[in-house]
Design a protein around this ligand. Structure first.
Ligand code: MN
Length: 714
């Protein structure tokens, strides 16, 4: 571990003799000043941390800007230095990177899942900016997880879980195998200490045996290499505990049946040598065809390349052998950082295909801002669970586990996806929702008149397919609305022609429409179709100025209200509208909401995702959000299953009282001898207060279950 600046300096000079030492020294000095009186949880001086982060970045042989920013990465967050101070001393580039890292660390919520969603979103957004922000963030997390020891168990587990679920997968997506492995190993140890110890003990029992086997294989492979006169390095390893754990969990097998418990890597200089070595090894030992993978011809989506093959010796010992070039090896260890050396001098890697996934994610998030849904779908997509399937011509397509022919069709081309009719998998006709397996050969039958349907969204797993289907559905909805607008407009034109003998040429009509400041005719018709642009007197007067517009019957407009509740919600930019809160989902301030126009009750505000609006036409749904105004009490209704004992009810009411909430109604009903159901309606100001109350309910002795209920019984 690096504890002094000169050690870092030597590490950098070793790969980058011309590095700007003045800059690095200055960054070190400012960081040391900023953190001078601070200690790590381990009681070491705080500077150990930025130095270690910088040293991890130096291991990746990054440029001096990254390393300086690495030294400074906690300065804005933890000391009086501001972003401006950093910019004044180090310029905009470094200040922007440090600020980017700081922004990711600032999380506004206590809820674990929300915090994860927020971190993930920030990481992904940062990815479109300067990728060095992410490299520093990964190095930061790596050092933090290496030094979790002094924290109490709960905190260690929380950080380990976040690392395993977010940081390691991001490192994987960026192809940074070495950092990913260590993030995973460290997290596993803290998160599942018992499983970790058990597996380690099991591996230890076989350790001597394993080393003997691996040494024997190394000798044999060495003989093959000299026989074929191929220069190559060999190295071996025993599978990592977390990988063994995952395999045992997934396949429910014992350690003996793990094929790649023992693995060897052969690293050579050319691709031709890789194939020659593979051929020679396959000649020497039988291999398992199902476990042979050629990632050289078909790289993984993170650009990992290598040949994998599993052989069995006459004694029945199985080895996984990976064969690759030195360059492929470097890419597999360092990923995006391997292409990102000190000499390149740019932080934006627009052309790097590894970032495509992140771009897809950002797009997906734009069209689907619900943070929880985003977290679930991104987590699903982040898991390195890939399958390899084939086109009839033998082209390999890389998909996610759980993918269906629809995913496959969209991976081929969006046109194929948009028109796919049916699928033939391994020469058998199958439904489009069939889950594909590695090795499947898939043929998609398309038809001109076939179109995506909203059902498809249920069957796809890749974000790409999801996004394209959603875009298609949105487009058709827009077309439908525009047609409706055209019909309305045609009716108006006919009426003016009949009543006033007014005839306008097409060109003239277009000119008048464009004078209404629409970018194109379609968006004009769409607004007519949705009713956003009402056909009222001012509209007719503007469009046909030569004729006195008729007095139209008044269409009841939403009236403005002045009570605080009605100031608290903004619907399509308008505050103080008349509306009611839906009784089904009973939204409270802070929860994502949407307005729904109903025939009987006017505008009703629902929670986003409320099942009762699932089938409502998009044109009837209005954007809605909470404003800062209005201190309002919202009613919520909860059902609590409690152990029936004296004082149970008091304990519950004490929770709401402690949180300053009024109980409106409370009912208790015996379920059986020991348990009772308590249904209570109470008031809260906002989501934050509700979460606090929920958390207190959960920790109240005797409370076994809590459920939020409809506000009014059905
Ligand atoms: Mn840090």
């Amino acid at each position: 571990m690096i504890k002094r600046f000169y050690e870092l300096q030597e590490k950098i000079l070793a790969y980058y003799p011309e590095a700007n030492l003045e800059l690095l020294k200055k960054a070190y000095t400012i960081a040391a000043d900023a953190h001078q009186s601070q200690l790590r949880a381990s009681k070491e001086p705080y500077m150990v941390h930025p130095l270690s982060v910088a040293s991890i970045l130096a291991d990746l042989r990054l440029d001096e800007i990254s390393i300086a920013a690495g030294l400074l990465h906690d300065v804005i967050e933890d000391s009086p230095y501001s972003r401006e101070d950093i910019e004044k001393r180090f310029g905009k580039e470094i200040a922007d990177i440090v600020w980017g890292v700081t922004k990711i660390s600032k999380i506004s919520t206590m809820d674990v899942e929300d915090a994860q969603a927020e971190t993930l979103k920030k990481m992904i957004v940062a990815m479109t900016g300067d990728i060095r922000v992410i490299l520093i963030k990964l190095a930061d997390r790596l050092h933090n997880i290496r030094t979790l020891g002094p924290f109490r168990e709960e905190k260690r587990k929380k950080i380990a879980r976040e690392t395993l679920e977010i940081y390691a997968p991001i490192a994987y997506r960026l192809g940074m195998g070495k950092i990913k492995d260590e993030l995973e190993d460290q997290s596993f140890m803290h998160l599942y200490p018992d499983d970790f110890q058990r597996i380690k003990a099991e591996v230890n029992d076989r350790y001597d045996w394993a080393i003997v086997q691996l040494e024997a294989l190394k000798t044999e492979v060495g003989k093959i290499l000299s026989e074929y006169r191929i220069q190559a390095d060999t190295e071996y390893r025993i599978k990592r505990p977390i990988s063994i754990y995952r395999k045992l969990q997934r396949q429910n097998i014992g350690l003996d049946r793990v094929y790649d418990l023992l693995a060897m890597r052969v690293i050579t200089d050319t691709v031709a040598n890789c194939y020659a070595i593979m051929g020679a090894i396959h000649q020497r030992w039988p291999h398992i065809p199902a476990r042979w993978r050629d990632f050289i011809t078909t790289p993984k989506s993170n650009q990992y390349r290598s040949i994998h093959t599993t052989i069995i010796t006459p004694e029945g010992v199985k080895f996984e052998i990976q064969i690759r070039t030195f360059e492929m090896h470097q890419v597999s260890e360092e990923g995006i950082a391997a292409h990102w050396k000190y000499k390149e001098g740019v932080g934006f890697l627009d052309h790097d295909t590894r970032l495509e996934w992140f771009r897809d994610m950002i797009e997906h998030h734009r069209s689907n801002p619900d943070p929880k849904e985003f977290l679930t779908s991104v987590k699903k997509d982040l898991t390195p669970n890939e399958i390899y399937v084939f086109t009839p011509k033998g082209k390999v397509v890389n998909l996610k586990g759980g993918a269906t022919p629809i995913d496959f069709a969209y991976a081929i081309h969006s046109e194929v996806g948009d028109h796919c009719k049916s699928a033939v998998v391994n020469e058998k006709m199958v439904p489009l929702r069939t889950v594909l397996n590695s090795g499947d050969v898939i043929e998609i039958v398309t038809a001109k008149n076939c179109r995506p349907s909203s059902d498809w969204l249920k069957y796809v797993t890749t974000i790409r397919a999801k996004r394209r289907i959603a875009a298609y559905l949105q487009k058709t909805e827009n077309v439908r609305l525009a047609e409706r607008g055209k019909r309305l407009m045609a009716r108006v034109v006919r009426e003016y022609h009949k009543k006033h003998k007014l005839t306008l040429g097409e060109g003239e009509m277009e000119r008048r429409i464009s004078s209404l400041h629409y970018p194109d005719a379609d968006s004009f018709f769409r607004d007519l179709g949705t009713g956003k642009r009402p056909i009222d007197r001012p509209f007719l007067q503007a469009l046909f100025p030569e004729i006195q517009a008729p007095q139209l019957p008044r269409i009841p407009r939403p009236t403005r209200r002045l009570d605080p509740l009605h100031r608290a919600i903004v619907v399509e930019g308008i505050q103080d509208l008349e509306f009611s809160l839906a009784k089904c989902c009973a939204p409270i301030k802070g929860e994502p909401i949407v307005g729904c126009i109903t025939a009987s009750r006017g505008l009703v505000i629902h929670r986003k995702g409320c099942p009762s609006i699932a089938s409502v036409m998009a044109s009837r749904l209005k954007d809605a959000s909470w404003s800062d105004a209005g201190d309002v009490a919202f009613q919520v209704r909860y059902e609590l299953i409690v152990i029936d004992r004296p004082g149970a009810l008091t304990a519950i009411t004490a929770v709401t009282a402690a949180s300053d909430s009024n109980i409106k109604q409370i009912e208790q009903e015996q379920i059986n001898q020991n348990t009772a159901r308590v249904v209570l309606t109470f008031e809260v100001r906002d989501q934050a207060q509700l979460r606090e109350i929920e958390a207190h309910f959960r920790s109240t002795t005797g409370v076994q279950q809590i459920n939020r209920r409809r506000l009014a019984p059905r």
